[in-house]
Design a protein around this ligand. Structure first.
Ligand code: ADP
Ligand code: MG
Length: 318
């Protein structure tokens, strides 16, 4: 597109502050030096205007989130993020939009010390694709398929905040005004749990990040592991606003976009987990892995709770 090279030079060429980047933006391909003995973890995600975010979303939030969702996937593998690539499709060259987008993107990249090493820029409907690359020592990745019956199930942070934030923005829910900003920040500025993923290497038996809601994503982990699970609804970690809006925990169970981690922990690792407390966000034990396939929900007295995803379309994102 016209001005493409200018635009790349202005917004997407930053000195790569990593010595494992032999050659970054500017040539036909980047040249990268993965450390010996490590496995490369690679992930890619696309955000499309009107599908994954409303067209008028603050571009700084879009820049942040496009990177954050990819770093969250690396976190869920226990991988250390190193390099990212950015493919942008833009309807027009809008300097103030690009400036804000790049700021949101680079600020998060700098916090996690990841280098933008290349990408592609074309004219078309607004869409952002980020590929993130990182590494993990051979055999230590937090895969989805390692959970075993008897393992505890844990989640980081709190659930349902982003989903409630979206419902508030769309006029489907109301919350006391003091909660609004924090809920919208959870939706627009998710913080990938990179540190937690690294700390859980060699400790958790399986992990996944929660992008589509706990029930859906934990379901993927259980299926991949060939097991089932039991989750106590009253143990789902919820902030005050979500608790008030969602007395039964259904929002925490089904809302997406929180980008917390859910992981399985063998009983033999409980001490190791406790010893990691200062490297981990608040954790909640929500249930346990069982041999019988399927996800079973129970109340505080361990009585089964019927659960229909259909019934909560109200809180579903799209
Ligand atoms: P080619 O035609 O060889 O694909 P491009 O003209 O697409 O090269 O890109 C030139 C250089 O700029 C390449 O190094 C590419 O990786 C980089 N680049 C293009 N778009 C972006 C972007 N949005 N962010 C970061 N780097 C980019
Ligand atoms: Mg290209």
């Amino acid at each position: 597109m016209p001005g493409e090279f200018d635009l790349i030079a202005r917004y997407f060429t930053r000195h790569a502050a990593r010595d494992d980047v032999a050659l970054g933006v500017g040539d036909d391909a980047a040249l990268l030096r993965p450390p010996p003995g490590q496995v490369l973890a690679a992930t890619v995600d696309t955000l499309i205007a009107g599908v994954h975010f409303p067209e008028q979303t603050d571009p700084a939030d879009i820049g942040h989130k496009a990177l954050a969702v990819n770093l969250s996937d690396l976190a869920a593998m226990g991988a250390e993020p190193a390099w990212v690539m950015l493919a942008l499709s833009l309807p027009r060259v809008d300097d103030s939009w690009l400036h804000a987008f790049a700021e949101g993107f680079h600020a998060l990249a700098a916090r996690h010390r990841v280098a933008l090493v290349g990408g592609d820029t074309t004219r078309g409907p607004l869409s952002i694709t980020v590929q993130a690359l990182g590494w993990v020592p051979e055999g230590q990745a937090l895969r989805r398929d390692g959970a075993r019956p008897g393992d505890g199930l844990y989640v980081t942070g709190t659930l349902g905040d982003a989903g409630l934030g979206l419902a508030v923005l769309q006029g489907r829910a109301e919350v006391p005004p003091q909660y609004r900003e924090a809920l919208c920040a959870r939706l627009n500025r998710p913080e990938p749990r990179v540190e937690a993923g690294l700390a859980l290497r060699g400790v958790a038996s399986a992990a996944i990040d929660i992008s589509d809601g706990l029930a859906a994503d934990l379901g993927h982990l259980l299926v991949a592991s060939g097991v089932g699970g039991r989750v106590a609804l009253d143990r789902l970690p919820r902030g005050d606003a979500v608790r008030a809006a969602d007395a039964h925990g259904r929002l925490a169970l089904t809302a997406g976009d929180d980008y917390e981690l859910v992981f399985a922990l063998p009983a033999a690792q409980e001490r190791a987990l406790a010893a990691l407390a200062d490297r981990l966000p608040p954790l909640s034990c929500i249930g346990r892995v069982e041999a019988e396939p399927g996800l079973r929900l129970v109340d505080a007295d361990d009585n089964p709770v019927a659960f229909s995803h259909q019934g909560y379309d109200h809180f579903r994102e799209f």
